[in-house]
Design a protein around this ligand. Structure first.
Ligand SMILES: C[S@@+](CC[C@H](N)C(=O)[O-])C[C@H]1O[C@@H](n2cnc3c(N)ncnc32)[C@H](O)[C@@H]1O
Length: 493
């Protein structure tokens, strides 16, 4: 990692401008270069994401101080695989990183420094990767109506870009991750609405925007000012055209205290939108669902329950990614059940359209979680996102709901091996409910996550061997005389 003032050779615009005839380039036939890729991931699941990178790409990822980001090296022949990762939201290629950037005292000086930085950065490799990324997308024969056309939930545009395991579409350029603090793209005039892909080579002008995300309280400038001044210098250096909505390239300026990373986005919209076409009020990101699923390590033929499935985000991600298990998605709300059914049908249809006959191992039911139509001790894993009592349900109702649902979950789980992964922000109520379960559940691990700005816990619980419905006295009585004697002896000693 280099620091400000290091001799980083500036590259002329002519070397950086994407070639107009790159559609015939072999995506891996050119020179293989090594670059650093950055990924935004659900906060709390950085280690899970690093684990996935190691498993699928075979490299070690570095977890940034800036929570919710990881960095890893790739050779350009692995670029396609990077888009298949399930735990990452947005991807970007790093132009330059400064671990200890020395910000000047005054705002004016800092902004001038940022302007001067633009022409000193080593842009070439990152732009090559951006170009290759666009080429991969074109090779897929996937065209959308220009960059920056973010699909809305439930819209056809969104549906057309949703991806699953079977065919990953490569996006174009990207917005930054959600949930970042103080993120502002530069807005400059949009006088040309011509689609770059339709223009003749000589008429092509690269459109770009700079998005700055800033966190830290010791900065004399806002993210908007940094994006504006750095963006102005980038525009001048490359002779690109600024366009906030229909951009070809999104340059990212990430500032976290005195760590500065400049990158180029490789995803147009967050990869967490891949499965859901029918959103609900509290739809969970598929990337977070993936992290939760990994926590409980599904095994072949496991029966996995999401008893409060909402739109079905968790079981759907499971049925796609851990498809050797069987998923049951239930909810007491008929609208939620309908949304889940629609989301499942949507993915099934997409698969069928692509010629795949395989169905998803998932079923949907309307039920009350406190009274499940399921046999005692028959479920391997329960994984669910409980009502926080903020946007869904109420804090008051949680005091009744949480103990009832933990008890019913304990009833259907296999004693001794059953697991539960439960997400909630109502930590106090959850802790109290667990303490009242008479030792049916044991807490193994907690991952702290950020869900829509709320600090929530993902609790990994293990079902103990205690049989459901037994009081501690029952458990004692059910032991044989020898076992009882041993216990009495232990207690006496
Ligand atoms: C936080 S939401 C789940 C959101 C879901 N993970 C998604 O991605 O859409 C909680 C869900 O619990 C459901 N719920 C609340 N009480 C329930 C009960 N007693 N039985 C079944 N479902 C219940 C609500 O209808 C709601 O859909």
């Amino acid at each position: 990692m280099s620091s400000q003032g290091e001799d980083t050779e500036g590259q002329g615009p002519e070397t950086a401008l994407p070639s107009s005839s790159c559609t015939d380039c072999d995506t891996t036939g050119g020179d293989v270069i090594t670059v650093t890729v950055g990924a935004t991931v659900p906060t709390g699941f950085e280690h899970t994401a690093a684990e996935e990178v190691k498993e699928k790409i075979g490299v070690d990822a570095r977890i940034s101080k800036d929570r919710g980001r990881i960095y890893f090296p790739i050779t350009t022949d692995k670029l396609f695989q990077v888009h298949l990762l399930r735990s990452v939201d947005n991807l970007f290629v790093v132009v330059q990183e400064y671990e200890h950037y020395q910000f000047s005292e005054s705002k004016e000086e800092t902004l001038i420094d940022l302007q001067q930085l633009a022409s000193k950065l080593p842009w070439t490799n990152a732009l090559e990767v951006w170009k290759l990324n666009s080429t991969l997308k074109k090779k897929k024969g996937h065209r959308r109506g220009g960059n920056g056309s973010k699909g809305k939930p439930n819209s056809e545009a969104h549906d057309a870009t949703a991806v699953d395991n079977e065919q990953q579409e490569l996006p174009q350029a990207s917005p930054t991750a959600e949930g970042q603090s103080d993120v502002e793209p530069t807005a400059q005039t949009d006088t040309c609405s011509q689609d770059v892909e339709e223009a003749t080579p000589e008429a092509k002008v690269i459109k770009f925007r700079v998005t700055c995300s800033r966190a830290g309280d010791k900065h004399s400038f806002s993210s908007n000012e940094a994006a504006r001044d750095f963006g102005g210098a980038v525009q001048e250096f490359f002779e690109w055209k600024a366009d906030m909505t229909k951009f070809d390239i999104e340059v990212l300026l990430n500032i976290h205290n005195n760590e500065v990373v400049i990158g180029i986005a490789l995803t147009e919209e967050s990869l967490h939108r891949r499965n859901i076409s029918h959103f609900g009020p509290t739809t969970l990101r598929s990337t977070l669902c993936y992290g939760m699923l990994r926590l409980c390590k599904p095994q072949a033929s496991d029966i996995i329950l999401d008893p409060m499935c909402g739109t079905g985000a968790i079981p759907l991600e499971g049925a796609i990614e851990f498809h050797n298990s069987f998923y049951i998605a239930g909810d007491n709300n008929d609208m939620a059940v309908n949304r889940t059914v629609n989301n499942i049908c949507h993915i099934q249809k997409r698969r069928a359209d692509k010629g795949s006959a395989s169905g998803l191992p998932i079923d949907t039911v309307q039920w009350d979680l406190c009274n499940l139509p399921i046999r005692t001790s028959s479920v391997d894993i329960i994984i669910t996102d409980m009502p926080f009592g903020k946007r869904m349900g109420s804090r008051k109702k949680n005091w009744d709901l949480y103990p009832s649902c933990l008890r019913e979950m304990a009833r259907v789980s296999r004693p001794g091996s059953g697991k539960a992964v439960l997400l909630t922000q109502d930590k106090k109520c959850f802790a109290k409910a667990i303490s009242r379960m008479g030792g049916l559940w044991r807490k193994l691990h907690t991952v702290w996550v950020n869900v829509g700005g709320l600090h929530a816990g993902v609790y990994l619980l293990k079902r103990t061997g205690a049989l459901f419905g037994q009081t501690p006295e029952d458990v004692y009585e059910s032991r044989g005389p020898v076992e009882r004697q041993e216990k009495d002896d232990t207690e006496l000693s």
